[in-house]
Design a protein around this ligand. Sequence first.
Ligand code: NAD
Length: 427
Amino acid sequence: MVVAYNHAQRAKTSVYADALEQYNRAVNYLNIDDALIDFMRYPRREFTVNFPVRRDNGSVEMFTGYRVHHSTVLGPSKGGIRYSLAVDLDEVRALAMWMTWKCALVGLPYGGAKGGVVVDPKKMSQGELERLTRRYAAELIPLISPHADIPAPDMGTNGQTMAWFMDTYSMTVGYSVPAIVTGKPVIIGGSQGRVEATGRGTIVVMIEALKGRSWWKSIPGETRLIVQGFGNVGANAAEYAQTLGFKIVGVSDVSGGVYNPDGLDIHSLREYVDRNGTLEGSDFGESVSNEELLALPCDVLIPAAMEGQITRHNAHLVKAKMIVEGANGPTTPEADDILNDMGVFVVPDILANAGGVVVSYFEWVQDLQSFFWDTEEVFRQLQRKMAQSYYATESTADKHKVPMRIAAQILAIRRVADALKTRGFYP
Ligand code: NAD
């Protein structure tokens, strides 16, 4: 069945239009009712909130935040909270939809959600960030609970943000509720391994993908990686890859990148970023722009910054033989077509960065049971879930003769559709 594509919607640069186009491409391979297809293209609910925050100088400034629940068909909705000036409803809506497919793909009992506040967190003091987070959390209370919607960190937020979030919710209900968020510090009910989980999971699926490529000689030291984005996902992916012997020849953050064909010392780069806030001014290699970084020679490119980085304007410049998407939505549908024609193997975001939500799920389960696992157990279960999901996607890709992104969406959409059909339309 072919679903008409709304070109008017695509005319505007829209991340949600990209998410819908991916969805439209995948449902062509699924034999499911139009009503089910239509249902799944809409977010279940969208929430916008405008709220005041007192700055350190005593002035009061208004901020806008969002929370979108795309789906609650498979269980409570799950998804991160982003602090960035680029946040808008369109972006949050797309990210929420991708969370639905991601959770379904890796077999978690969750629907998809996402939230965000329009703010540059680097321009706020810790006190201002705490007040902003607490007020945003308070505004979300009607929507969230450990059985309804469970936030987590994303770009611009971290374990401390989640701690303030958890404390605000707990103070409101009158008792401690660790399971209200994941990605918390371990001391308040976080999981071992959650900080490293997304980046580590990205490398786990990269290795599974490499094993299937005829050009890969199984020698990590001869495999050159470039990582765009040096935050939670990018830096942890680069560090884990380096410990396994891979050669990281380029990394970048919002300030630009650094390239060294002999390999970068990721540990020293992380220390530099911890001290200075960004990679800017580091002399570990040649300075390059983000645009240049994506076009540098390497075997595997890991975009781990944000959406819309590989587009129809630069896809043809990519030299990598494989792209493993640490970020959500880094490749537009037009770029996907170009990369496919070039023979570049793309491991899609909903598979490649699912390690974060997998360990978030482990954290939620541990919180609900008040029984905590050691790091070894977390990483063992993460490895198993990521490898299983990789092979399920690859065999779907082989069966339908489609790229991995369409295969991953086919698997995910089919699971949600089956559950929806079984539950039926209320009332
Ligand atoms: P982060 O805030 O920790 O790091 C983001 C990094 O990207 C920073 O180094 C920043 O400087 C860099 N960056 C920002 N804009 C850039 C640009 N235009 N060009 C190059 N670099 C840029 O965020 P994160 O948590 O690592 O998230 C990165 C991506 O991974 C996002 O797409 C996010 O949705 C996705 N993701 C994150 C998680 C998680 O567990 N944190 C899980 C799944 C997916």
